[in-house]
Design a protein around this ligand. Structure first.
Ligand SMILES: *[C@@H]1O[C@H](CO)[C@@H](O)[C@H](O)[C@H]1NC(C)=O
Ligand SMILES: *[C@@H]1O[C@H](CO)[C@@H](O)[C@H](O)[C@H]1NC(C)=O
Ligand SMILES: *[C@@H]1O[C@H](CO)[C@@H](O)[C@H](O)[C@H]1NC(C)=O
Ligand SMILES: *[C@@H]1O[C@H](CO)[C@@H](O)[C@H](O)[C@H]1NC(C)=O
Ligand SMILES: *[C@@H]1O[C@H](CO)[C@@H](O)[C@H](O)[C@H]1NC(C)=O
Ligand SMILES: *[C@@H]1O[C@H](CO)[C@@H](O)[C@H](O)[C@H]1NC(C)=O
Length: 357
């Protein structure tokens, strides 16, 4: 940990304290309030700017004081605790411990919650993947899981990612335990069960990556939404994960066009998992390029007809999923290891300030 950087903030805080001479004024000037990205996002017309939070660093006060600061993030998503392997580790045995470690302090802090995720092909428990199911059996398992989890978190969630990552990049359906056993109907089963059991106001989302451009994958999601609308299957929104890479990221126009194709179908959109990785080592140039990608993505949301908010997939580099998943890449988040805000932070701040002006 870079202690020196954190300590360097102390003199700044001390300077903000009222000086003795202030006492002579009957009405002391209010301290200028420095607003975080969440507060600025609301002024710019979004519902929220938020972050995913993982359980592994909840004992780090430097981390939690930012993570649960409603001015900085007025929305949170538990990174892991709501996934199947943690919430239903054994059949019909439910465990909300990890999720609650994030939901409870977030609720106390007045932060909105996005909930993630009912149906995915990853992070499934062994009892579910290690045997073959008949279609009626798996349907019952699916309903039982959604029912238990939806009811537990009933009014905690402004949105649920009902189904996550169901398509391949070429727009074909991903081969999963769900597709193999239930056919394409599994997605509508999941949304129908979700609608039945979650709170009335909770928005139901389809969530995926590489759908931030108009391409075969996002067009497959467009077809799914059209089909659902035609047949009255409930769906309210589409989440664009936005796991980006410096040098290969969608432009402002491309992201805007993808958001628009869903808005046109009456879907609200959210940027649900934004991070921007770069090839290590980092340089000032790469950090500036990263800042532009963050800003362009946030601006595409702010300018869209119905993009409700942006969530970053954690804000602190040491807990990012990137280095482990993409060796040689990293520094994808808004705060450095020493808890210093990066150029990307200030670029987003400027997007919000310009939009609110
Ligand atoms: C947290 O910040 C304090 C100073 O404010 C510092 O002494 C400490 O090392 C930091 N801890 C971590 C884990 O960064
Ligand atoms: C929360 O974040 C804002 C914006 O960075 C900051 O001004 C404020 O002091 C923080 N609040 C706490 C309690 O740390
Ligand atoms: C629930 O999960 C927590 C965190 O993983 C674990 O410590 C605890 O033992 C689990 N509870 C039960 C009853 O399995
Ligand atoms: C599941 O079914 C497939 C195909 O019928 C079979 O090859 C496989 O061994 C079965 N797996 C288990 C765990 O029973
Ligand atoms: C996109 O889909 C079309 C057919 O719908 C196919 O011809 C084309 O090769 C696909 N492009 C990519 C990049 O997968
Ligand atoms: C983005 O779209 C606008 C409006 O459609 C257009 O004027 C502009 O040239 C586009 N920019 C790029 C870089 O393609």
């Amino acid at each position: 940990m870079k202690v020196s950087l954190a300590l360097a903030l102390v003199p700044l805080l001390a300077a903000a304290a009222p000086s003795p001479s202030d006492k002579h004024h009957s009405k002391p000037k209010p301290k200028p309030k420095i607003e975080g990205l969440g507060a600025l996002a609301v002024k710019a017309g979004l519902q929220y700017f938020g972050t995913a939070i993982d359980n592994v660093v909840l004992d780090n006060k430097n981390y939690t004081s930012i993570a649960f600061n409603v001015s900085e993030f007025n929305q949170v998503t538990p990174s892991n605790g709501m996934k199947w392997m943690y919430f239903e580790p054994q059949r019909n045995v439910f465990n909300a411990t990890l999720a609650d470690q994030i939901v409870k302090p977030a609720r106390k802090a007045g932060q909105l919650r996005r909930c993630h995720t009912f149906i995915w092909h990853n992070q499934l428990p062994g009892w579910l993947t290690s045997r073959n199911w008949t279609a009626p059996e798996l349907t019952a398992v699916l309903e039982n899981h959604i029912k238990a989890e939806a009811r537990y978190f009933k009014d905690d969630c402004i949105a649920w990612d009902v189904v996550n990552e169901a398509f391949n990049d070429d727009g074909t359906w991903r081969d999963t335990i769900w597709l193999r056993t239930l056919g394409k109907s599994y997605i509508e089963l999941a949304f129908t069960f979700a609608r039945k059991y979650v709170g009335k106001k909770t928005m139901l989302y389809y969530n995926d990556y590489n759908v931030e451009r108009v391409n075969n994958k996002s067009l497959a999601v467009v077809e799914l939404v059209k089909d659902f609308k035609k047949r009255d299957i409930p769906i309210d929104g589409v989440g664009l994960q936005a796991h980006f890479t410096v040098g290969r990221s969608p432009s402002y126009n491309e992201t805007s066009a993808s958001i628009a194709q869903f808005n046109k179908l009456g879907m609200e959109v959210a940027i649900t998992e934004l991070d921007v990785r770069l090839a290590l080592p980092d340089t000032a140039e790469k950090s500036e390029a990263q800042a532009k990608v963050y800003a362009d993505t946030v601006k595409a949301c702010v300018d869209a007809k119905d993009c409700v908010g942006v969530t970053v997939w954690d804000f602190w580099d040491p807990v990012s999923w990137v280095p482990e998943t993409f060796p040689g890449n990293g520094n994808a988040c808004l705060w450095t290891e020493g808890f210093v805000k990066k150029p990307a932070y200030y670029a987003i701040q400027k997007v919000f300030q310009d939009a609110a002006a």
